[in-house]
Design a protein around this ligand. Structure first.
Ligand SMILES: [Mg+2]
Length: 388
């Protein structure tokens, strides 16, 4: 099953004005992704997704060029099923033979950033190929699912204090969700407004709905500590990225100051960054984004780290159908998996890129049983929204 071609397409989907949300990232005017397509000599085609940013909107020219012109050519003629070895080929470049012979990494550069995103999309497509070639869903290849359906939480929550409860109620109704996540931090203008919004959400939703808060890394350490202290009585499920990903010591300090669980990881690349979080005792919940962190192969390693240190796994699933499916498959297999994210912003890449629907009922989402990632790409959608 030789790799015949590796291509990447930037998909750029404008979001209608009445469906845009506003956060510290600005107004979400589009949803963008790099769609990776790998074709094999036996005719099996796999798809993956790579992301140039953690948010919805991004420019993907550089990412697509990396995939098509740097990494892809290294894989032509290789057996698509040798995923572990091919990951090392991409990560270690001309020194890959050392890595494979000697059992440790030899990266030439690109140890972080969009090189790893590019590897992520390719890795995902290779797992999709493996699953399709065996007629098995990816979760089966990873060890078999522990869940027929996973609990999902509604992710959104941008409205100001006087409308946040109404907005979150609207999300809950769309899938009978039992937990929601709202944004806090710089987008609120002041810390006082963030606290007021969380208060309004808790009062409006009552005691039986889980509330998580995501600061997008926008607090400084003292603000984050103050935030935790001021919302301590609102039963917050987790505080996500209180401070920037490059301040792991600060993150550990925030965690040590509060009993609110600290979640992080969507901005991190590879097992090595997650190892640093473990070393610092900086997190309770890991949230790798498999289209950023290194794909499904790296997700397995990150999950093993989490399991060894009693850290839970809740993958970052703010992305398209392939990112979503990959995280869902991993979470369903993981001994640390307990909940998955379901974006409630305008997300054409989740709902229209795939022929299938990812529907949440009673707060749960079914784990797909179709071969590979279980995503059938809507070619009309791709043709319509491709850039170039
Ligand atoms: Mg987040």
């Amino acid at each position: 099953m030789k790799i015949k071609s590796v291509t990447a397409i930037w998909l750029h989907v404008p979001i209608p004005e009445d469906r845009r949300h506003r956060s510290d990232f600005g107004t979400a005017e589009s949803f963008d992704s790099a769609l990776v397509r790998i074709e094999t000599s036996s005719g099996v085609i796999g798809y993956g997704e790579a992301k140039a940013q953690v948010g919805s909107a991004s420019t993907n020219h550089a990412l697509c060029a990396l995939i098509e012109q740097e990494l892809g050519p290294q894989l032509l003629g290789e057996d698509a099923r040798d995923i572990s070895r091919l990951w090392d080929v991409m990560y270690n470049g001309v020194r890959a033979h050392y890595a494979i012979e000697r059992g440790h990494v030899f990266p030439v550069l690109g140890r972080r950033g969009i090189t790893i995103s590019a590897i992520s999309g390719i890795d995902m497509a290779l797992w999709d190929i493996l699953g399709k070639s065996l007629g098995a869903p990816v979760w089966q290849l990873l060890g078999g699912t522990r869940h027929v359906r996973m609990p999902a939480y509604a992710s959104g929550g941008w409205a100001p204090a006087d409308r946040i409860a109404e907005e979150l109620h609207g999300f809950i109704e769309r899938g009978d969700f039992k937990a929601v996540k709202m944004r806090v931090g710089s987008g609120d203008g002041t810390l006082a407004h963030s606290i007021k919004r969380v208060h309004a959400a808790r009062v409006g939703l009552g005691e039986n709905i889980g509330i998580m808060c995501d600061a997008h890394g926008t607090f400084d350490v003292s603000e984050a500590k103050r935030f935790c202290r001021r919302v301590a009585d609102y039963d917050i499920g987790w505080l996500e990225e209180p401070v920037t990903a490059d301040n792991k010591a600060g993150l550990a300090e925030v965690r040590a100051s509060t009993d609110i669980p600290i979640a992080t990881g969507e901005s991190e690349f590879t097992r090595f960054a997650f190892r640093d979080l473990v070393d610092r005792r900086a997190a309770d919940i890991f949230q790798p984004d498999l289209s950023i962190a290194g794909g499904i192969s790296e997700g397995i390693k990150i999950e093993a780290l989490a399991a060894a240190y009693q850290i839970k796994l809740a993958p970052h699933l703010w992305g398209g159908a392939l990112t979503f499916a990959s995280g869902l498959h991993l979470a369903a297999v993981a001994s640390t998996g307990f909940i998955v994210e379901y974006s409630l912003g305008a997300n054409p890449m989740l709902h229209e890129l795939a022929e299938e629907d990812f529907l949440v009922e009673d707060g749960f989402i079914e784990v797909p049983r179709r071969p590979g990632l279980g995503v059938t790409i809507n070619q009309e959608f791709v043709d319509h929204y491709r850039v170039g």
